[in-house]
Design a protein around this ligand. Structure first.
Ligand SMILES: [Zn+2]
Ligand SMILES: [Zn+2]
Length: 265
């Protein structure tokens, strides 16, 4: 089944431009160098119903702006990689989309591991607490993240990853995988990546960082996975789009906000 993967945001946690920074990338006139916080949107026509389906991975602080730009009119499920601010703070902007979902039949399922769900319950207590009575709260429902999570016939596989010391999740769907904020891939996760042709993976910069992979590390993983096409995301202001792309192999590029690529589910 044909689907489209859209990069809603490709920046690191502080975004690019970064506040108070006047470096060449932060002041670049190239739109590819403007990066909102990391998130992707997967859209396809449902096997069971034939209607359009849309899944978002992470709702960061820029979600509203990203959803407007991508003309997102429905969200069928959200998957969370982990509970850091740059991946969750836009949850409240799901509200209007959740009202649409609720009228259609139910709340939007939010798939999160236990640690992430605990953060979401705390940050958005007025949405999730059993005593929540705020009338226009998001119509969303936390669902435990399993090894396999079907959405209208499409399986989303959880790929366990490490983000510094913190266990987080990547996701595989069809011939593609999305792995952001990764600094180490457990050996057992490589089996789940067998046959992945399109890899979307974070690559912060060239200099080492305790909780994020460098471009070189992510390139090495892409080679090991055997990806035919690799798109880097969660990119810091150290990397200019054009100059970095000139140094990369032909099948690897920095993604940019708004980029859509075809995937097969
Ligand atoms: Zn992040
Ligand atoms: Zn993070």
């Amino acid at each position: 089944m044909d689907a489209t993967l859209t990069f809603l945001g490709t920046g690191t946690s502080m975004g690019v431009p970064t506040l108070a920074c006047a470096c060449a990338v932060c002041t670049s006139a190239d739109a590819h160098d403007h990066r909102l916080r990391p998130s992707v949107l997967l859209q396809w026509h449902g096997a069971e119903t034939g209607t359009e389906r849309a899944v978002v991975i992470d709702t960061g602080p820029d979600f509203r702006e990203q959803a407007l730009r991508a003309k997102v009119a429905r969200v069928d499920a959200v998957f969370y990689t982990h509970g850091h601010a740059d991946h969750i703070l836009g949850l409240d902007d799901l509200r209007p989309l959740s009202f649409v979902s609720d009228r259609r039949g139910g709340p939007i399922p939010l798939y999160a591991d236990q640690e992430t769900a605990a953060v979401l319950r705390q940050v958005f207590a007025y949405t999730f607490s059993p005593q929540a009575t705020y009338p226009t709260r998001a119509r969303v429902e936390l669902k435990p993240l399993a090894a396999r999570n079907p959405v209208d016939g499409v399986e989303f596989l959880r790929i366990p990853l490490l983000h510094g010391e913190m266990p987080i999740n990547g996701f595989r769907f069809g011939n593609a995988a999305y792995m952001t904020d990764v600094s180490a891939i457990p050996e057992s996760s490589f089996a789940l990546l067998e046959g992945v042709e399109l890899l979307a993976i974070s690559a912060l910069r060239h200099a080492p960082h305790p909780s994020h992979a460098t471009v070189e590390q992510s390139l090495a993983w892409a080679r090991r996975v055997g990806a035919r096409q690799t798109w880097f995301t969660h990119i810091a202001h150290d990397l200019g789009n054009e100059e970095t792309n000139r140094t990369l192999p032909a099948n690897a590029r920095l993604a940019y906000d708004g980029l859509s690529v075809p995937v097969t589910l």
